[in-house]
Design a protein around this ligand. Sequence first.
Ligand SMILES: Cc1cc2nc3c(=O)[nH]c(=O)nc-3n(C[C@H](O)[C@H](O)[C@H](O)COP(=O)(O)OP(=O)(O)OC[C@H]3O[C@@H](n4cnc5c(N)ncnc54)[C@H](O)[C@@H]3O)c2cc1C
Length: 257
Amino acid sequence: MSTRAREYAAQVIRRERLSEHFIRLVLGGDGLAGFASTGIPDEWVGLVVPGQFQSRYYTVRSWDGSELVLDVVVHDHGLVTEWAQRDVVGETVTVTEPKGSFALPDGAGWLLLVGDLTGLPAMARIRETVGLPTRVWVESPEIVEDYLPAGAEVAWSTPPSDDASHLATVVEGIDWPEGEGYFWMAGESAQMRAIRKHLMRERRLPSSAYDVMGYWRGGATRQPRAVDPGPLWRAGKAAGKSDEEIWADYDRAAGSD
Ligand SMILES: Cc1cc2nc3c(=O)[nH]c(=O)nc-3n(C[C@H](O)[C@H](O)[C@H](O)COP(=O)(O)OP(=O)(O)OC[C@H]3O[C@@H](n4cnc5c(N)ncnc54)[C@H](O)[C@@H]3O)c2cc1C
């Protein structure tokens, strides 16, 4: 079985600045014919921008059958960061078929979502899709007004410095609801590994009760290897691995172990 994801050539048809750090790119065009959502609310695509070969991964904020919306966080420097800050309307990019990993267990009665700004598009879409009582923690240098659908209890916090995060402290301080639910989190990879260990060892959660994803790698002086989570995900699922095992494989493949 091939693990290579299908690719689509898409045009940037609109570009909108949502906030200081957030740029919305709306992709469209005939090249997206055949593109289909998985329906999994944290689904992502690989994005290759003109003149580049390496992918970066972005959440499908929405897909209505003709327009694919990606919300891109622009940080200090970076391949997509720098590209997205130009007027890129009319340019052609490549996107891969989407994959998702959010897997709500049967019987879940609540949802906890934690992440930095890069996780916000997925958290918004999860909130839009799942009608359970939801609490959200966002660590971000700015509050992005009206981005998250109403109805969730949301706590915004500011990272203590440019290269630090207190998401681990946020998670350790959570007052967990009674009964069964689901915990979803995304952020910097090394921190996510530590948080997975915390959930597994301290909270003793079964891997089916959480999904913690490394979305980007900090502290690299050299560009980290870009690894498409899609093939690893499919291969892992085919081999009967848990989400936990698959994301650990991903961290290893990306060289962050
Ligand atoms: C499944 C998945 C879904 C994702 N969804 C989104 C999404 O919807 N929106 C989004 O913006 N990002 C999302 N990301 C994260 C995004 O892929 C990374 O942040 C990516 O590295 C950005 O690429 P770049 O070319 O701008 O920077 P790169 O060229 O990859 O990195 C350049 C430098 O910037 C640092 N860096 C990278 N990302 C960040 C960051 N977020 N904050 C601070 N420093 C950073 C790196 O450590 C590196 O030193 C997702 C990642 C995954 C795996």
